[in-house]
Design a protein. Structure first.
Length: 132
């Protein structure tokens, strides 16, 4: 089925495997190709992969996946990102902040900081005061 950010979802119900094939560029979301390329290169460099049957798939880092989830601006992905922030104890928050700033800009970085505060993450920064 079609994904709202562009791409398709393929599901193997029997094996309970869901894979999203995402178009990395759209008029609405901009060019996410650099983020995806960085995620794939980093996964390859670290040799993270899963084997399913006769196929192997690269596994991107939790930090890259959270950044990708934030990039979609979809409620479901926001929920996924929050859940990951709550449950992935070894996520490198410094790396995550750098990725969101580099690939999503100031608004993506602000969204990440809000998510960290909302989840009660110990690395959350206090909200800054607005000055007029």
């Amino acid at each position: 089925w079609e994904l709202s950010i562009g791409g398709v979802n393929v599901t193997d119900e029997e094996k309970r495997i869901k894979v999203d094939f995402i178009h990395r560029h759209s008029e609405e979301w901009g060019n996410l190709a650099p983020l995806f390329e960085d995620a794939i290169n980093e996964a390859s460099e670290h040799g993270r992969f899963a084997i399913i049957g006769d196929h192997s798939f690269l596994l991107v880092s939790a930090e890259h996946l959270i950044t990708m989830k934030i990039a979609t601006m979809e409620q479901k992905d926001d929920s996924d990102a929050r859940r990951m922030l709550e449950t992935v104890g070894d996520a490198d928050i410094t790396k995550l902040r750098k990725l969101t700033a580099r690939y999503l800009g100031a608004m993506g970085r602000a969204k990440l900081e809000n998510m960290l505060r909302e989840t009660g993450h110990p690395a959350a920064r206090k909200r800054g005061k607005y000055v007029s």
